[in-house]
Design a protein around this ligand. Structure first.
Ligand SMILES: *[C@@H]1O[C@H](CO)[C@@H](O)[C@H](O)[C@H]1NC(C)=O
Ligand SMILES: *[C@@H]1O[C@H](CO)[C@@H](O)[C@H](O)[C@H]1NC(C)=O
Length: 455
Protein backbone atom coordinates (compact mmCIF):
# COMPACT_ATOMS: atom_id res chain seq x y z
CA UNK A 1 0.00 0.00 0.00
CA UNK A 2 1.32 3.43 -0.79
CA UNK A 3 0.46 7.08 -0.67
CA UNK A 4 1.53 8.74 -3.85
CA UNK A 5 2.14 12.21 -4.99
CA UNK A 6 2.25 14.51 -8.00
CA UNK A 7 3.92 17.82 -8.61
CA UNK A 8 2.20 20.71 -10.30
CA UNK A 9 3.52 21.68 -13.72
CA UNK A 10 6.46 24.01 -13.97
CA UNK A 11 6.28 26.89 -16.41
CA UNK A 12 9.72 27.28 -17.99
CA UNK A 13 10.51 25.79 -21.39
CA UNK A 14 12.54 22.64 -21.81
CA UNK A 15 12.86 20.27 -24.74
CA UNK A 16 14.28 16.81 -25.38
CA UNK A 17 13.49 14.16 -27.96
CA UNK A 18 13.34 10.40 -27.81
CA UNK A 19 11.00 7.60 -28.84
CA UNK A 20 11.88 5.14 -26.07
CA UNK A 21 9.21 3.97 -23.65
CA UNK A 22 8.95 4.91 -19.98
CA UNK A 23 11.81 7.28 -20.21
CA UNK A 24 13.28 9.75 -17.77
CA UNK A 25 12.94 13.53 -17.84
CA UNK A 26 15.80 16.01 -17.63
CA UNK A 27 14.36 18.89 -15.64
CA UNK A 28 15.77 17.66 -12.32
CA UNK A 29 18.89 15.50 -12.30
CA UNK A 30 18.46 12.23 -10.47
CA UNK A 31 21.08 12.12 -7.72
CA UNK A 32 20.63 9.19 -5.37
CA UNK A 33 21.38 9.81 -1.69
CA UNK A 34 24.33 7.62 -0.66
CA UNK A 35 23.96 5.16 2.19
CA UNK A 36 26.60 2.64 3.21
CA UNK A 37 25.87 -0.72 4.78
CA UNK A 38 27.99 -3.63 5.97
CA UNK A 39 28.52 -7.15 4.71
CA UNK A 40 29.64 -9.38 7.57
CA UNK A 41 31.52 -12.69 7.80
CA UNK A 42 32.80 -14.65 10.79
CA UNK A 43 31.09 -14.28 14.15
CA UNK A 44 29.72 -11.62 16.43
CA UNK A 45 29.59 -8.58 14.19
CA UNK A 46 33.35 -7.95 14.30
CA UNK A 47 34.28 -8.81 10.72
CA UNK A 48 32.19 -6.53 8.56
CA UNK A 49 33.22 -4.59 5.48
CA UNK A 50 31.67 -1.43 4.16
CA UNK A 51 29.51 -1.54 1.02
CA UNK A 52 28.69 1.68 -0.80
CA UNK A 53 24.98 1.84 -1.52
CA UNK A 54 22.52 4.37 -2.87
CA UNK A 55 18.86 5.08 -2.24
CA UNK A 56 16.20 5.65 -4.88
CA UNK A 57 12.60 6.80 -4.44
CA UNK A 58 9.84 4.80 -6.12
CA UNK A 59 8.52 5.99 -9.49
CA UNK A 60 5.01 6.54 -8.07
CA UNK A 61 6.13 9.61 -6.12
CA UNK A 62 7.68 11.30 -9.15
CA UNK A 63 6.40 14.03 -11.38
CA UNK A 64 5.10 12.44 -14.61
CA UNK A 65 4.94 14.99 -17.40
CA UNK A 66 4.63 15.22 -21.17
CA UNK A 67 7.89 14.36 -22.87
CA UNK A 68 10.12 17.39 -23.17
CA UNK A 69 7.44 19.64 -21.70
CA UNK A 70 5.82 20.70 -18.47
CA UNK A 71 2.25 19.47 -18.84
CA UNK A 72 1.26 16.91 -16.23
CA UNK A 73 0.47 13.44 -17.53
CA UNK A 74 -0.84 12.64 -14.07
CA UNK A 75 -2.18 15.28 -11.70
CA UNK A 76 -3.61 14.71 -8.22
CA UNK A 77 -5.19 11.31 -8.67
CA UNK A 78 -6.11 11.47 -12.35
CA UNK A 79 -4.38 10.80 -15.66
CA UNK A 80 -4.52 13.38 -18.46
CA UNK A 81 -6.53 11.40 -21.00
CA UNK A 82 -5.11 13.36 -23.93
CA UNK A 83 -1.51 12.48 -23.11
CA UNK A 84 -2.55 9.11 -21.70
CA UNK A 85 -5.47 7.62 -23.64
CA UNK A 86 -4.20 4.07 -23.04
CA UNK A 87 -1.44 2.09 -21.31
CA UNK A 88 0.95 2.09 -24.23
CA UNK A 89 0.73 5.58 -25.68
CA UNK A 90 1.09 7.05 -22.20
CA UNK A 91 4.62 5.69 -21.84
CA UNK A 92 5.44 6.97 -25.34
CA UNK A 93 4.13 10.46 -24.50
CA UNK A 94 5.25 10.91 -20.90
CA UNK A 95 8.38 10.78 -18.80
CA UNK A 96 9.34 10.32 -15.16
CA UNK A 97 11.24 13.19 -13.57
CA UNK A 98 14.26 13.21 -11.27
CA UNK A 99 13.78 13.88 -7.55
CA UNK A 100 14.96 16.51 -5.10
CA UNK A 101 15.16 14.03 -2.23
CA UNK A 102 15.29 16.32 0.77
CA UNK A 103 13.30 19.35 -0.37
CA UNK A 104 10.45 17.58 -2.13
CA UNK A 105 10.27 14.25 -0.36
CA UNK A 106 11.84 14.76 3.09
CA UNK A 107 14.39 11.97 2.49
CA UNK A 108 17.91 12.40 3.85
CA UNK A 109 20.80 9.96 4.11
CA UNK A 110 23.71 10.09 6.53
CA UNK A 111 26.79 7.97 5.81
CA UNK A 112 25.04 4.85 7.09
CA UNK A 113 21.51 6.04 7.82
CA UNK A 114 18.29 7.01 6.11
CA UNK A 115 15.62 9.32 7.53
CA UNK A 116 12.13 9.45 6.02
CA UNK A 117 9.89 12.35 7.03
CA UNK A 118 6.12 11.97 6.91
CA UNK A 119 4.80 15.32 5.63
CA UNK A 120 7.00 17.56 3.49
CA UNK A 121 5.70 20.85 2.17
CA UNK A 122 7.57 21.46 -1.07
CA UNK A 123 7.52 24.31 -3.56
CA UNK A 124 4.83 22.75 -5.75
CA UNK A 125 3.02 20.26 -3.56
CA UNK A 126 2.83 18.58 -0.19
CA UNK A 127 4.39 15.14 -0.12
CA UNK A 128 3.08 12.36 2.11
CA UNK A 129 5.46 9.54 3.08
CA UNK A 130 7.79 7.74 0.70
CA UNK A 131 9.01 4.36 -0.48
CA UNK A 132 12.69 3.85 -1.23
CA UNK A 133 14.95 1.04 -2.43
CA UNK A 134 18.59 0.19 -1.75
CA UNK A 135 20.71 0.14 -4.90
CA UNK A 136 23.99 -1.54 -5.73
CA UNK A 137 24.90 1.15 -8.25
CA UNK A 138 23.00 3.88 -10.06
CA UNK A 139 21.02 1.49 -12.28
CA UNK A 140 20.72 -1.80 -10.34
CA UNK A 141 18.92 -2.67 -7.15
CA UNK A 142 20.98 -4.56 -4.57
CA UNK A 143 19.69 -8.15 -4.55
CA UNK A 144 19.69 -10.01 -1.21
CA UNK A 145 19.40 -13.79 -0.75
CA UNK A 146 18.08 -14.09 2.77
CA UNK A 147 18.03 -17.83 3.47
CA UNK A 148 20.98 -18.89 5.66
CA UNK A 149 21.65 -15.25 6.52
CA UNK A 150 20.69 -12.61 9.03
CA UNK A 151 19.71 -9.00 8.43
CA UNK A 152 20.31 -6.41 11.14
CA UNK A 153 19.53 -2.71 11.39
CA UNK A 154 18.96 0.03 13.94
CA UNK A 155 15.72 1.94 14.00
CA UNK A 156 14.45 5.05 15.75
CA UNK A 157 10.68 5.16 15.52
CA UNK A 158 10.08 7.09 18.72
CA UNK A 159 8.28 9.70 16.59
CA UNK A 160 5.84 7.31 14.91
CA UNK A 161 2.38 7.37 16.53
CA UNK A 162 -0.69 5.17 15.92
CA UNK A 163 -1.62 4.95 12.24
CA UNK A 164 1.90 5.29 10.82
CA UNK A 165 4.12 2.49 9.57
CA UNK A 166 7.90 2.81 9.27
CA UNK A 167 8.52 -0.31 7.22
CA UNK A 168 11.64 -2.23 6.23
CA UNK A 169 10.95 -5.22 4.00
CA UNK A 170 11.97 -7.25 0.97
CA UNK A 171 10.14 -7.94 -2.30
CA UNK A 172 11.11 -10.05 -5.33
CA UNK A 173 11.40 -7.07 -7.72
CA UNK A 174 13.39 -7.23 -10.97
CA UNK A 175 16.95 -5.97 -10.44
CA UNK A 176 16.80 -3.44 -13.26
CA UNK A 177 13.21 -2.24 -12.89
CA UNK A 178 11.41 -1.54 -16.17
CA UNK A 179 11.70 0.64 -19.28
CA UNK A 180 14.47 3.10 -20.07
CA UNK A 181 13.96 4.86 -16.76
CA UNK A 182 14.72 1.52 -15.04
CA UNK A 183 15.78 1.05 -11.45
CA UNK A 184 17.47 4.46 -11.54
CA UNK A 185 13.98 6.00 -11.36
CA UNK A 186 12.55 3.47 -8.93
CA UNK A 187 10.43 1.41 -11.33
CA UNK A 188 9.49 -2.26 -10.97
CA UNK A 189 7.75 -2.39 -7.60
CA UNK A 190 5.57 -5.37 -6.73
CA UNK A 191 4.30 -6.90 -3.51
CA UNK A 192 1.96 -9.52 -2.08
CA UNK A 193 -1.03 -7.12 -2.21
CA UNK A 194 -0.53 -7.20 -6.01
CA UNK A 195 -0.19 -3.41 -5.97
CA UNK A 196 -2.73 -1.75 -8.28
CA UNK A 197 -2.03 1.81 -7.17
CA UNK A 198 1.14 1.87 -9.28
CA UNK A 199 1.16 4.34 -12.17
CA UNK A 200 3.52 2.14 -14.17
CA UNK A 201 3.56 -1.64 -14.33
CA UNK A 202 5.93 -3.78 -16.38
CA UNK A 203 6.92 -0.81 -18.55
CA UNK A 204 3.33 0.24 -19.29
CA UNK A 205 1.15 2.93 -17.74
CA UNK A 206 -1.67 1.66 -15.52
CA UNK A 207 -4.11 4.05 -17.20
CA UNK A 208 -6.82 1.72 -18.45
CA UNK A 209 -9.43 1.17 -15.77
CA UNK A 210 -7.85 3.77 -13.45
CA UNK A 211 -10.23 4.82 -10.63
CA UNK A 212 -9.19 7.80 -8.49
CA UNK A 213 -9.27 7.12 -4.75
CA UNK A 214 -12.23 8.49 -2.77
CA UNK A 215 -10.10 9.42 0.26
CA UNK A 216 -6.60 9.97 -1.10
CA UNK A 217 -6.14 13.06 -3.29
CA UNK A 218 -2.91 11.60 -4.71
CA UNK A 219 -3.78 7.97 -5.42
CA UNK A 220 -5.97 5.65 -7.43
CA UNK A 221 -6.28 2.05 -8.53
CA UNK A 222 -5.66 0.85 -12.10
CA UNK A 223 -6.61 -2.16 -14.20
CA UNK A 224 -3.30 -3.91 -13.63
CA UNK A 225 -1.48 -4.98 -10.48
CA UNK A 226 2.10 -6.10 -9.80
CA UNK A 227 2.53 -9.21 -7.65
CA UNK A 228 5.53 -10.88 -6.01
CA UNK A 229 6.63 -12.53 -2.79
CA UNK A 230 7.14 -10.19 0.17
CA UNK A 231 9.09 -10.59 3.41
CA UNK A 232 8.07 -7.95 5.91
CA UNK A 233 10.94 -7.81 8.36
CA UNK A 234 9.59 -4.71 9.99
CA UNK A 235 6.17 -3.08 9.91
CA UNK A 236 6.05 -0.91 12.97
CA UNK A 237 5.37 2.27 14.87
CA UNK A 238 6.11 3.12 18.49
CA UNK A 239 3.10 1.05 19.64
CA UNK A 240 3.19 -2.20 17.63
CA UNK A 241 5.44 -4.29 15.44
CA UNK A 242 4.92 -7.23 13.09
CA UNK A 243 7.29 -9.68 11.36
CA UNK A 244 5.45 -11.23 8.41
CA UNK A 245 6.28 -13.43 5.41
CA UNK A 246 3.76 -13.25 2.52
CA UNK A 247 3.93 -16.08 -0.03
CA UNK A 248 3.09 -15.65 -3.70
CA UNK A 249 2.73 -17.92 -6.74
CA UNK A 250 4.55 -17.35 -8.92
CA UNK A 251 7.11 -16.04 -6.42
CA UNK A 252 8.71 -13.57 -8.83
CA UNK A 253 7.24 -10.53 -10.64
CA UNK A 254 3.88 -11.10 -12.30
CA UNK A 255 1.15 -8.83 -13.63
CA UNK A 256 -2.48 -9.43 -12.63
CA UNK A 257 -5.71 -7.89 -13.92
CA UNK A 258 -8.54 -6.08 -12.17
CA UNK A 259 -10.31 -7.81 -9.30
CA UNK A 260 -8.40 -10.98 -10.20
CA UNK A 261 -5.45 -9.33 -8.44
CA UNK A 262 -6.97 -9.81 -4.98
CA UNK A 263 -5.31 -7.98 -2.08
CA UNK A 264 -5.97 -4.57 -0.55
CA UNK A 265 -6.89 -2.87 -3.82
CA UNK A 266 -9.47 -5.38 -5.08
CA UNK A 267 -13.08 -6.07 -4.16
CA UNK A 268 -12.25 -9.71 -3.49
CA UNK A 269 -9.17 -9.76 -1.26
CA UNK A 270 -8.66 -13.47 -1.92
CA UNK A 271 -9.10 -13.56 -5.69
CA UNK A 272 -5.40 -13.37 -6.54
CA UNK A 273 -2.44 -15.70 -6.19
CA UNK A 274 -0.56 -13.96 -3.39
CA UNK A 275 -1.03 -14.10 0.36
CA UNK A 276 -2.43 -10.68 1.25
CA UNK A 277 -2.64 -11.50 4.99
CA UNK A 278 0.70 -13.10 5.90
CA UNK A 279 1.84 -15.40 8.68
CA UNK A 280 2.73 -12.80 11.26
CA UNK A 281 4.46 -12.60 14.60
CA UNK A 282 3.27 -9.54 16.52
CA UNK A 283 4.10 -9.84 20.25
CA UNK A 284 0.92 -8.01 21.32
CA UNK A 285 -1.23 -10.17 19.06
CA UNK A 286 0.13 -13.37 20.64
CA UNK A 287 -0.74 -12.02 24.08
CA UNK A 288 2.46 -10.31 25.26
CA UNK A 289 1.19 -6.80 25.76
CA UNK A 290 4.08 -5.37 27.77
CA UNK A 291 6.95 -6.41 25.47
CA UNK A 292 7.13 -3.70 22.80
CA UNK A 293 6.30 -0.02 23.33
CA UNK A 294 7.42 3.14 25.08
CA UNK A 295 9.08 2.18 28.41
CA UNK A 296 8.56 -1.55 27.79
CA UNK A 297 11.04 -4.49 27.49
CA UNK A 298 11.87 -3.25 23.99
CA UNK A 299 11.63 0.49 24.56
CA UNK A 300 10.41 2.32 21.47
CA UNK A 301 11.27 5.71 22.94
CA UNK A 302 14.91 4.83 22.16
CA UNK A 303 16.87 3.49 19.20
CA UNK A 304 17.02 -0.31 19.04
CA UNK A 305 18.85 -2.91 16.98
CA UNK A 306 16.62 -5.41 15.18
CA UNK A 307 18.09 -8.77 14.14
CA UNK A 308 16.19 -11.19 11.88
CA UNK A 309 17.60 -14.62 11.10
CA UNK A 310 16.50 -16.76 8.16
CA UNK A 311 17.51 -20.30 9.07
CA UNK A 312 17.90 -22.81 6.26
CA UNK A 313 19.91 -23.07 3.06
CA UNK A 314 19.39 -22.43 -0.65
CA UNK A 315 15.65 -22.02 -1.13
CA UNK A 316 14.87 -24.16 1.90
CA UNK A 317 13.64 -21.68 4.53
CA UNK A 318 13.07 -23.40 7.87
CA UNK A 319 12.63 -20.70 10.47
CA UNK A 320 12.55 -16.90 10.90
CA UNK A 321 13.92 -15.74 14.26
CA UNK A 322 13.97 -12.29 15.84
CA UNK A 323 16.26 -10.70 18.43
CA UNK A 324 16.49 -7.12 19.64
CA UNK A 325 19.58 -5.47 21.07
CA UNK A 326 19.04 -2.45 23.28
CA UNK A 327 21.04 -0.92 26.14
CA UNK A 328 23.70 -3.61 25.71
CA UNK A 329 21.18 -6.43 26.22
CA UNK A 330 20.10 -9.06 23.69
CA UNK A 331 16.33 -9.59 23.93
CA UNK A 332 14.72 -12.59 22.21
CA UNK A 333 11.20 -12.47 20.83
CA UNK A 334 8.79 -13.43 23.66
CA UNK A 335 6.93 -16.74 24.02
CA UNK A 336 3.20 -16.30 23.28
CA UNK A 337 0.82 -16.31 26.24
CA UNK A 338 -2.24 -17.39 24.25
CA UNK A 339 -3.11 -20.98 25.25
CA UNK A 340 -2.06 -23.48 22.60
CA UNK A 341 0.49 -21.22 20.90
CA UNK A 342 4.14 -22.04 21.42
CA UNK A 343 7.45 -20.84 20.03
CA UNK A 344 8.93 -17.40 19.55
CA UNK A 345 9.81 -17.75 15.88
CA UNK A 346 8.03 -18.32 12.55
CA UNK A 347 8.09 -21.86 11.17
CA UNK A 348 5.56 -23.73 9.03
CA UNK A 349 4.24 -25.27 12.28
CA UNK A 350 3.84 -21.75 13.73
CA UNK A 351 1.78 -20.66 10.74
CA UNK A 352 -0.42 -23.77 10.92
CA UNK A 353 -0.98 -23.10 14.62
CA UNK A 354 -1.77 -19.44 14.04
CA UNK A 355 -4.42 -20.37 11.49
CA UNK A 356 -5.98 -22.80 13.98
CA UNK A 357 -5.86 -20.65 17.13
CA UNK A 358 -6.91 -17.40 15.43
CA UNK A 359 -9.64 -19.38 13.61
CA UNK A 360 -8.70 -17.91 10.26
CA UNK A 361 -11.17 -19.35 7.76
CA UNK A 362 -9.03 -18.16 4.90
CA UNK A 363 -5.27 -18.48 5.40
CA UNK A 364 -3.66 -17.69 2.06
CA UNK A 365 -0.07 -18.03 3.32
CA UNK A 366 -0.47 -21.80 3.32
CA UNK A 367 -2.61 -21.82 0.19
CA UNK A 368 0.21 -20.22 -1.82
CA UNK A 369 2.90 -22.57 -0.63
CA UNK A 370 3.74 -21.33 2.90
CA UNK A 371 7.35 -21.29 4.03
CA UNK A 372 8.48 -23.44 1.07
CA UNK A 373 7.22 -20.84 -1.39
CA UNK A 374 8.62 -17.99 0.71
CA UNK A 375 12.05 -19.64 0.53
CA UNK A 376 11.79 -19.84 -3.26
CA UNK A 377 10.90 -16.15 -3.43
CA UNK A 378 13.98 -15.35 -1.34
CA UNK A 379 16.18 -17.49 -3.57
CA UNK A 380 15.27 -15.29 -6.55
CA UNK A 381 17.02 -12.43 -4.78
CA UNK A 382 15.01 -9.68 -3.10
CA UNK A 383 15.17 -5.90 -3.05
CA UNK A 384 15.32 -3.97 0.24
CA UNK A 385 12.48 -1.48 0.69
CA UNK A 386 12.34 1.22 3.35
CA UNK A 387 9.16 3.23 3.56
CA UNK A 388 6.95 5.43 5.69
CA UNK A 389 3.20 5.36 5.06
CA UNK A 390 -0.29 5.89 6.39
CA UNK A 391 -3.16 3.62 5.48
CA UNK A 392 -6.10 4.83 3.36
CA UNK A 393 -7.69 1.36 3.41
CA UNK A 394 -7.64 0.20 7.05
CA UNK A 395 -6.15 3.05 9.13
CA UNK A 396 -3.27 0.66 10.11
CA UNK A 397 -5.60 -0.95 12.65
CA UNK A 398 -4.42 -4.42 11.51
CA UNK A 399 -1.02 -3.46 13.01
CA UNK A 400 -1.73 -1.40 16.12
CA UNK A 401 -5.36 -1.77 17.28
CA UNK A 402 -8.23 -4.30 17.11
CA UNK A 403 -8.80 -5.84 13.71
CA UNK A 404 -11.42 -6.26 12.48
CA UNK A 405 -12.20 -3.04 14.38
CA UNK A 406 -15.61 -4.32 15.48
CA UNK A 407 -14.18 -7.73 16.45
CA UNK A 408 -14.29 -9.10 19.99
CA UNK A 409 -10.90 -8.17 21.44
CA UNK A 410 -11.00 -11.14 23.80
CA UNK A 411 -10.99 -13.52 20.81
CA UNK A 412 -7.40 -14.66 20.02
CA UNK A 413 -5.85 -12.68 17.16
CA UNK A 414 -8.16 -9.64 17.19
CA UNK A 415 -6.12 -7.34 19.48
CA UNK A 416 -2.86 -6.30 17.79
CA UNK A 417 -1.94 -3.15 19.70
CA UNK A 418 -3.17 -0.53 22.16
CA UNK A 419 -4.25 2.14 19.64
CA UNK A 420 -7.91 3.18 19.58
CA UNK A 421 -10.06 1.72 16.78
CA UNK A 422 -10.83 5.33 15.83
CA UNK A 423 -7.12 6.11 15.32
CA UNK A 424 -5.02 6.09 12.16
CA UNK A 425 -7.35 8.04 9.86
CA UNK A 426 -4.89 9.49 7.29
CA UNK A 427 -6.41 12.99 7.38
CA UNK A 428 -5.94 13.03 11.18
CA UNK A 429 -2.39 11.68 11.29
CA UNK A 430 -1.32 13.97 8.45
CA UNK A 431 -2.68 17.04 10.25
CA UNK A 432 -1.69 16.03 13.81
CA UNK A 433 1.71 14.44 13.20
CA UNK A 434 3.27 16.14 10.19
CA UNK A 435 6.73 15.93 11.80
CA UNK A 436 6.62 12.18 12.30
CA UNK A 437 9.69 10.41 10.93
CA UNK A 438 11.58 7.14 10.98
CA UNK A 439 15.35 6.65 10.91
CA UNK A 440 16.94 3.40 9.76
CA UNK A 441 20.70 2.93 10.19
CA UNK A 442 23.64 0.52 10.59
CA UNK A 443 22.42 -2.13 8.17
CA UNK A 444 24.43 -5.35 8.42
CA UNK A 445 23.99 -8.54 6.43
CA UNK A 446 25.76 -11.89 6.46
CA UNK A 447 25.58 -15.53 7.54
CA UNK A 448 23.77 -16.45 10.77
CA UNK A 449 25.69 -15.09 13.78
CA UNK A 450 27.86 -12.70 11.75
CA UNK A 451 26.11 -9.39 12.44
CA UNK A 452 25.76 -9.37 16.23
CA UNK A 453 27.00 -11.10 19.37
CA UNK A 454 24.40 -13.82 19.88
CA UNK A 455 24.48 -15.16 23.45
C1 LIG B 1 -3.24 17.12 -21.32
O1 LIG B 1 -2.16 16.88 -22.20
C2 LIG B 1 -2.21 17.63 -23.38
C3 LIG B 1 -0.98 17.27 -24.21
O2 LIG B 1 -0.94 15.92 -24.49
C4 LIG B 1 -2.21 19.11 -23.10
O3 LIG B 1 -2.33 19.84 -24.30
C5 LIG B 1 -3.32 19.46 -22.14
O4 LIG B 1 -3.22 20.80 -21.75
C6 LIG B 1 -3.26 18.57 -20.91
N1 LIG B 1 -4.40 18.83 -20.04
C7 LIG B 1 -4.27 19.24 -18.80
C8 LIG B 1 -5.53 19.43 -18.02
O5 LIG B 1 -3.18 19.40 -18.26
C1 LIG C 1 -3.78 -2.12 -20.22
O1 LIG C 1 -4.52 -2.30 -19.03
C2 LIG C 1 -5.60 -3.19 -19.13
C3 LIG C 1 -6.29 -3.16 -17.83
O2 LIG C 1 -7.52 -2.64 -17.96
C4 LIG C 1 -5.13 -4.56 -19.49
O3 LIG C 1 -6.20 -5.43 -19.59
C5 LIG C 1 -4.35 -4.51 -20.78
O4 LIG C 1 -3.78 -5.75 -21.04
C6 LIG C 1 -3.26 -3.45 -20.70
N1 LIG C 1 -2.69 -3.27 -22.00
C7 LIG C 1 -1.50 -3.71 -22.32
C8 LIG C 1 -1.08 -3.43 -23.72
O5 LIG C 1 -0.78 -4.30 -21.56
Amino acid sequence: MVSSFALKALTAFFSVSSVAAQRAGKEQSETHPKMNWKRCTGKGGNSCTNVNGEIVIDANWRWVHVKGGYTNCYDGNKWNTTACPDNKSCVQNCELEGADYSKTYGITAGSDSLTLKFVTKGEYATNIGSRTYLMKDSSNYEMFKLVGNEFTFDVDLSQLPCGLNGALYFVSMPQKGHGDAGAKYGTGYCDAQCARDLKFIDGQANVEGWTPSSNDPNAGVGGMGACCAEMDIWEANSVSTALTPHSCQPEGYSVCKDTGCGGTYSLDRYAGSCDANGCDFNPFRVGVKDFYGKGMTVDTSKTMTVVTQFLGSGSNLQEIKRFYVQGGKVIANPEPTIPGMTGNSITQAWCDKEQEIFQEEIYPFNKYGGMASMGKGMDLGMVLVMSLWDDHYANMLWLDSNYPPDGDSSKPGVARGSCETSSGVPADVESKSPNAQVKFSNIKFGPIGSTFAQP
